[in-house]
Design a protein around this ligand. Structure first.
Ligand SMILES: Cc1cc2nc3c(=O)[nH]c(=O)nc-3n(C[C@H](O)[C@H](O)[C@H](O)COP(=O)(O)OP(=O)(O)OC[C@H]3O[C@@H](n4cnc5c(N)ncnc54)[C@H](O)[C@@H]3O)c2cc1C
Length: 442
């Protein structure tokens, strides 16, 4: 399972040491650095770039560690064009500093050289269980471990990382990078329980509390893909994009054979939707030898996909049909997809397809809330949380954050929410322990 085959080349090759230092030297060190304002988690970009420009890799890494647990990942998959890089003043007249690439360079260098040994406090402040190991769960775990909490992560899958491990394809985010970041979080003293699906086999919120945890964080994401009710939706050949990505990832890892990946060389593949999942499914299908069309019911300006992902998909030959809806899936006579009836501003047309993949959103599973009393959700299943203590659900001591609260967003926004909730958890546990101390003395 651990064997990596890298079937397709990695798309964002990193800097060499010289290239990274040269790029860092281009920074103007603005008095009011706009790049930092553009980073949702407030990374101290000017300072890590300054340290890197002097060749002080350890110093640069220590600065990143102050705010981020996943720099090798953010450096590769954040929408930099809208955030740090988009705000760099050099971008007004020329090329902005490639901040994302510098961030991942420093993190990768640290991994290879094993630069940083942090002074970690004793884990004496309390015990916290984290459910889910996506960017939200890993961030809560890392932040709380650094603040002296004993943290255990419960993860339903075999490996940790959530969408980073099972969604975003290898050519964009190598699994070795995710594994290295996860290892760094383990090195902070966090304990992992993989293959441990909370809400099944008698593992519940109540049983975790009974094991002596002071607080629990739910960071379980949005695992259920949305379906369509379009006539013909049950035909063979129609599936979920996330399933394609999952199968492809397992094939890439050598865990499945090619026939389990539901796209064949030469297939005409349709993708419905235009977010990040759609882009990854389209680009994966292209790599598998398919001719791909993405259909989106809105305009290009309204697509939720990261701009750079869309540009890469166009460059790789993916065709986009804007303001286009599929109104019917047509049968080949054997219960299998033959074509789709499309409606657009130009009228109706029929387009032939061999495969169709949906990428129209996802929502939370109810495995935890259905096995626990007192955790309220909205009508779509998103967990309701308070602002004080930050991130606490309607059940005392149970917190939540990331996509399971805020709807599918981005890695860094899940991290931002998780960082705030980690502070809420720390305040809550400290307050409960203080009250217990006072009561015990009385
Ligand atoms: C295909 C795809 C591509 C994307 N590309 C980008 C991108 O390029 N850039 C970007 O910024 N964002 C991207 N995103 C969005 C980003 O990945 C998500 O917003 C982010 O992963 C959400 O983090 P999370 O921790 O809330 O949830 P997740 O990453 O979904 O993690 C949830 C974890 O909880 C586990 N879990 C669920 N239920 C249980 C349970 N009951 N017990 C134990 N464990 C459980 C799951 O197995 C999973 O590991 C992409 C998303 C997808 C699906």
């Amino acid at each position: 399972m651990q064997q990596e085959r890298n079937i397709f080349p990695i798309v964002n090759d990193g800097f060499s040491v010289k290239e990274a230092i040269d790029e860092a030297k281009r920074c103007l060190h603005c008095k009011v650095p706009q790049c930092r304002k553009g980073c949702p988690i407030g990374n101290n970009i000017p300072e890590f770039v300054r340290q890197l420009s002097k060749g002080n890799m350890g110093g640069a890494m220590s600065i990143i560690n102050e705010t981020s647990n996943l720099p090798a990942i953010c450096g590769r998959v954040c929408p930099h064009e809208k955030q740090c890089q988009g705000n760099c003043v050099l971008g007004k007249k020329g090329q902005p500093i490639q901040i994302g690439k510098l961030e991942s360079f420093i993190a990768d260098f640290d991994t290879q050289m094993n630069l940083i040994r942090e002074d970690l406090p004793q884990k004496s402040r309390g015990r916290v269980a984290v459910i889910g190991s996506g960017p939200a769960g890993l961030t809560v775990a890392g932040d709380l471990a650094r603040q002296g909490f004993g943290v255990t992560i419960y993860e339903g899958q075999e490996e940790l990382g959530g969408v980073l491990m099972y969604g975003i394809p290898e050519y964009r985010l190598p699994k070795a990078i995710v594994r290295a970041e996860v290892k760094k979080i383990e090195a902070l003293g966090v304990t992992f329980k993989p293959h441990c699906m909370v809400g099944r086999n008698n593992i519940t919120i109540d049983s975790i509390f009974a094991d002596g945890y002071d607080a629990i964080f739910i960071g379980t994401g949005t695992a259920l893909p949305q379906e369509v009710a379009t006539p013909g939706h049950n035909l063979g050949g129609i599936g979920q994009s996330i399933y394609l990505l999952h199968q492809f990832s397992a094939y890439n890892e050598g865990a499945l054979s090619r026939r389990h990946v539901p796209v064949n060389e030469g297939d005409r593949v349709g993708i419905i939707g235009c977010g990040n999942v759609a882009m990854d499914a389209a680009r994966t299908a292209v790599r598998l030898g398919a001719k791909v069309k993405v259909m989106y019911r809105r305009t290009q300006a309204e697509m939720p996909a990261i701009e750079s992902e869309y540009n890469a998909a166009v460059a790789e030959g993916v065709e986009f049909l804007w303001k286009t809806e599929v109104t019917e899936f047509l049968d080949n006579g054997n219960g299998y997809l033959r074509a789709a009836r499309l409606k657009s501003s130009d009228g109706e047309s029929i387009e032939e397809f061999d495969r169709m993949f949906l990428a129209i959103g996802s929502r939370p599973a109810n495995r935890i809330v259905s096995t626990t009393d007192g955790i309220a959700t909205d009508e779509k299943g998103y967990v309701i949380t308070s602002d004080y203590p930050m991130g606490m659900t309607t059940r005392r001591g149970v917190f939540a954050g990331g996509d399971v609260v805020h709807r599918p967003q981005t890695v860094v926004l899940a991290m931002k929410a998780a960082k705030e909730v980690a502070q809420g958890i720390a305040q809550y546990v400290d307050a409960v322990k203080l009250l217990q101390h006072i009561e015990n003395k009385a």
